[in-house]
Design a protein around this ligand. Structure first.
Ligand code: HEC
Ligand code: HEC
Length: 490
């Protein structure tokens, strides 16, 4: 029997009901009898019951998925989160005072309305119109901002991993933190990689600084710090967390960086259905998701070759290595970034930071938790439908040949970089055909990535309360567009 007449207790029953309601609202017919599976399952073996659970539980234990990474956070940090400092960090995160141009903030590119991802396929930094959502306008930068949710668990940061903890552990600075120049390893005495990272966006010309202020990164940070220090509310807030500030010392950029990182520490959202399942709630995932999970972790799909969970990956679904998987090259018409290649319509990926042509077109395997809440996928948001992003992995050359970019906004559709050099350069691991999955296999795999890895607490609606109505500088908070029009996928 495939379906129980009485729905099982627990979350999957209620989620099933919600899905049916959502489908009905969307005008998609569901069989009147809830007992009737909509997609016929043609397999002969029992892939829905006890045997499936036994198999999947074994697979998860082999992969080190125990569903407890979120509860280990404080232990990894070695202390509790300083809630006062995190609150200061939250206000700074949303406050355009951190941009020299006063028109952008961290939240301009990592918006709560898109689960702290980018609302655009490629970031728009300085010169924007104050909107965070599809209607954001201004010159495009180079890449899409990945989410900062769960970034505290990452051993390296950025699309090419160029901000790295040498110990392969963001919480451990004993081997130093390696950043690109000019910061280099100078920020290695900070306690966490996110604190080091927080030094850089404010000094990035196209993201937050603009082109008018003359000075190096240290001078930019000094000026920003001076401005923050002039705001009484920030001084009072920092004084509660740092005795030296309470004693009258001027603020240092390090105080700001620590506050921003502390806020990011509060953005751990790693309690997805998969985690509940791994902790023993077998009803937390549907049979389709479990079958999809088995496909993910095994041949022929073998997603786990790069999206790993064991060891330093902290169950984040990335090996934090860079691979060339031939994502379509899109280039904006209006940009303030410098693109690569003869047509200036390419992104050479990791080669940009290593200078090694062997790293051309390589990008870090993206951590996959909460990926369902993203408006766009890959380093340049070339795909706006999750199924296409996954399908690309299975058949890279076909995906490139069929890619039209029709889902992209016009300013990103007009110019497209060449495919040929990317196909030639694709790393052998990405050339292994992932196997052509049949339609129901693909649906299962998609269900796993989309549903099982999504923590409901990372949904944009669950993050809305983090948007402050005003910020201490008095500058305007951005206009976060909620409920944007999602493209039709599948
Ligand atoms: C103009 C848009 C923009 C602004 C503003 C911005 N970011 Fe980002 N952020 C990005 C982009 C784009 C990347 C990826 C860059 C790359 O890999 O080349 C990124 C990467 C990150 C990452 C690494 C995430 C990962 O998966 O490795 C963190 C953390 C982060 N930003 C935090 C911040 C903080 C904190 C601020 C404010 C001080 C900020 N960002 C401001 C666009 C922005
Ligand atoms: C060869 C290593 C490799 C394998 C195997 C692999 N991936 Fe990826 N994956 C990547 C890389 C690298 C990226 C980022 C590429 C980019 O942005 O240019 C990525 C990106 C993604 C994304 C987009 C995430 C985002 O936030 O943009 C999804 C979804 C994804 N992979 C799912 C899968 C699935 C499902 C499988 C198995 C069918 C799989 N991957 C197999 C390397 C791999």
């Amino acid at each position: 029997m495939l379906h129980k007449l009485v729905p099982p207790f627990g979350t999957s029953a209620s989620r099933g009901a919600t899905l049916a309601l959502a489908l009905a609202a969307a005008g998609i017919g569901v069989a009147a009898c809830a007992d009737q599976p909509t997609v016929p399952i043609t397999r002969t073996e029992d892939t829905s019951g006890l045997a499936l659970d036994v198999e999947f539980q074994l697979q998860l234990s082999l992969m080190g998925v125990d569903g407890r990474i979120e509860e280990r956070f404080a232990e990894m940090l070695g202390r509790d989160i300083d809630q006062d400092l995190a609150e200061t960090g939250r206000l700074l995160f949303f406050d355009p005072i951190l941009s020299m141009t006063q028109d952008n903030s961290c939240s301009g590119c990592h918006g709560p309305n898109v689960s702290f991802n980018d609302a655009k396929s490629i970031s728009v930094g300085v010169g924007n119109n104050g909107v965070v959502g599809p209607n954001r306008t201004g010159p495009f930068n180079l890449r899409r901002a990945p989410t900062i949710i769960n970034a505290a668990f990452y051993p390296n940061l950025m699309w090419d991993g160029r901000f790295a903890s040498e110990s392969l552990d963001g919480f451990d600075n004993s081997a130093g933190f390696r950043l690109p120049q000019p910061e280099g390893n100078s920020l290695s005495d900070l306690d966490h990689l996110l604190m080091a990272q927080a030094f850089t966006p404010v000094a990035d010309r196209i993201e937050m600084t603009g082109f008018d202020f003359k000075g190096d990164n240290d001078q930019i940070r000094a000026e920003i710090t001076r401005r923050v220090d002039e705001v009484d509310e920030y001084r009072t807030r920092f004084a509660t967390s740092f005795p030296e500030v309470a004693a009258g010392a001027p603020l240092d950029y390090e105080h700001i960086a620590r506050a921003l990182a502390e806020f990011e520490f509060t953005l751990i959202r790693a309690d997805a259905p998969l985690d509940q399942y791994a902790r023993g709630d077998t009803a937390a995932m549907s049979p389709a998701e479990k079958r999809g999970g088995l496909l993910f972790f095994r041949d022929p799909a073998a997603c786990f070759e790069c999206h790993i969970t064991l060891g330093y990956a902290n169950q984040m679904f990335s090996d934090f290595e860079s691979h060339a998987i031939g994502v379509p090259q899109i280039a904006p018409v209006n940009t303030n970034a410098i693109y690569d290649g003869p047509g200036q319509d390419e992104d050479f990926g990791r080669e940009r930071s290593t200078g090694d042509s062997g790293d051309r077109y390589k990008f870090r395997s993206t951590p996959l938790r909460n990926v369902a809440y993203q408006p766009a996928f890959m380093h340049n948001g070339a795909f706006v439908c999750l199924d296409n992003a996954i399908r690309h992995h299975l058949e890279m050359e076909r995906s490139l040949a069929e890619f039209t970019g029709e889902h992209l906004e016009f300013g990103l559709r007009a110019k497209r970089g060449p495919d040929r050099p990317m196909i030639q350069g694709a790393h052998e691991i990405s050339r292994i055909p992932r196997g052509t999955l049949n339609i129901s296999d693909f649906a299962d795999l998609l269900a796993f990535v989309e549903v099982s890895l999504a923590d409901p607490e990372a949904h944009p609606d669950a993050l809305r309360h983090l948007i402050p109505s005003t910020v201490p500088s008095g500058l305007p908070v951005h206009d976060f567009q909620y409920g944007s029009t999602a493209p039709e996928c599948r």
